[in-house]
Design a protein around this ligand. Sequence first.
Ligand code: SF4
Ligand code: SF4
Length: 257
Amino acid sequence: MALGNKDIFEPVVGNLFRFRCHKEIPCFTECCADLKLILTPYDILRIKKRLGLRSEAFLDRYTDMTMEDHGRFPLVLLRMNEDEKRRCPFVTPEGCSIYEDRPGACRIYPIGRAALKLEGEKNVREKFFVVTESHCLGFEEDKEWTIEEWMASEGVDEYNAMNDQWMEIITSQKGLGAQENLTRKIQMFYLASYNLDRFRDFIFGSRFFRLFNIEDDLKEKLASDDAALMKFGFDWLKFSLFGEKTLEIRQGSRNED
Ligand code: SF4
Ligand code: SF4
């Protein structure tokens, strides 16, 4: 999801590719600029925690919202600095200052992954390709990887597992219902996908738990566990956007108040 301007996409021949990135390479950190870097919910969760920020402060300081690349749902882009090279706000001469929590797109490079989860299918369909950037000298290095080795070494699998349910939502072909509810639904999508701390305020500060059957131990978890809250948010989005039965309405709750 981080795209430079001169990327070339090539098939992965025989599941193998050659690549090594390290501090001594002349192009070190050249790639951390002028990116169209789309952040996923799990990227935001990790970075805002790393920076010790609430999600709304992180979104405000570091991101821009776009509807450009997606017809229905807003996407969040990491805002590049306004310097000549449009550098990433987290790049330093020593490398990435948030390395352990860098976005999935930075982890997976130079591999690109196209993923699709069809309704009724348990597993995600995946296709991989090599993204070659002209300034990247890593391809001239002498280290060979399989796709699986690369994913495991860069921690990509964890990021994919965390985001696949969200990918399912943003690629869903299901209708969003009546036009008059559309703005509210898009706002809900933004809240539950990206603004996790506000989403927590919303569910704990409203009638939410009176309206839905939520187990006490899950409710307790949602109060402090960001990853659990994010996954719950995906269930909530499937319920509220598409009317899927991912949450159970409490008997008689419609007659309350
Ligand atoms: S080798 Fe490629 S990925 Fe590594 S610093 Fe250079 S341009 Fe970036
Ligand atoms: S987040 Fe880190 S790895 Fe990704 S572009 Fe910025 S500095 Fe580079």
